[in-house]
Write a protein that binds this ligand. Sequence first.
Ligand SMILES: Cc1ncc(COP(=O)(O)O)c(C=O)c1O
Length: 409
Amino acid sequence: MSERRTPSDPPSATGSSTHPERSDGTRSVHGGEREDRASDALTVPIYQTSTYTFVDSDQVRAYQEGKLSRDEYGRYGNPTWRAVERKLAELECTDDAVLFASGMCAATTMFLAMLPQGSHLVVTSDCYRRTRQFIRQYLTKLGVETTVIEPADPAKLESALRPETKLFFTESPTNPYLRVIDVAEAARVCHARGVKVVIDSTFASPINHKAIADGADLVIHSATKYLGGHNDLLAGAAAGPAPVISALRDAVGVLGGVLDAHAAWLLLRGLKTLSLRMERHNANGLAVARWLEAHPKVRRVWYPGLASHPDHAVAARSMRGFGGVVTFELEADFEGTQRFLDAVRIPYIGPSLGGVESLIEMPATMSYWDLTRDERYALGITDSLVRLSLGVEDTADLVADLAQALAKA
Ligand SMILES: Cc1ncc(COP(=O)(O)O)c(C=O)c1O
């Protein structure tokens, strides 16, 4: 009974300290849920409102003077968001979290909030294409210079840092080659030079990697992927120490990329099964990667859980599972690879990843369709490259389906 709260109790400031003794399965279900109950409803309601009213002027004054913690206007806060934010903070084992309208909105708001004019940024080469586009097309307008380095090479990272470098940003695992960054080593190198480390942990989820515990200053997510988990919403999130999240919360209030309350509720519901779903994604990923690696029609497989992956040692040391995305190259040309894709029956052909339904795509015709073949090859996106996001279907059914499709490649 002791943890029961009434609606008037102030929410705890830090998600992480609420139940440090609990494991991710329990955090997924209960994290953030009991703080702010307006009724005895078991589940957090959808607060479908744009504004919050005050009983009188004294209440307005108490709020403005910081003596009353409450909501005011929908761009600055929503109780449904707060439940999601607290749950995510617990899962990332950090102070706080903030939501955004999409993963791109999380990235762009983070860059704008954390990079001063004229500063320098270091990023890894196979980051999400639109993130790289934002850096190239918009950050340059603020005089921000960027150095792009190969992932997973701390020596390259160290030599890329300049006196004006403020941020090292990378995904981990990256897309599509699933390179895994040694976050502890990157943080050691960067912190010695006063540089912050931000990890896009979309492909890992907080179940597979606790980047903050490894030394990252901030984690961001496309919550559209594993966090939501059902291919039915777009959302973004950032998690980290309270002062950093407070700055991002202020920035989202100005830039305006706020999440709709209904999407926040779907995300809250999705998060309850995150730990459970990740177990199946991880099991499917490892089983299918091993099976593909042994198949004569498969030239090469990239999966951090395989000993053949360049970052297997780092992944085995720092991750609790390797996720549901497997990238592979077929022993086939462009047309043969398309025939394989068209023959697959369980995974849908489509972009995105991390949902319960398996999705499959050829980066050459999906994310990189508008590049020439030479431009694609320069980025390592070959004609026979396939990215498979394994859902939570039965492993044996997925393998049988891939087997019949490979026979047609
Ligand atoms: C690693 C990564 N980060 C960010 C994004 C952007 O997220 P969203 O589509 O939710 O805007 C994506 C999208 O595919 C992604 O793969």
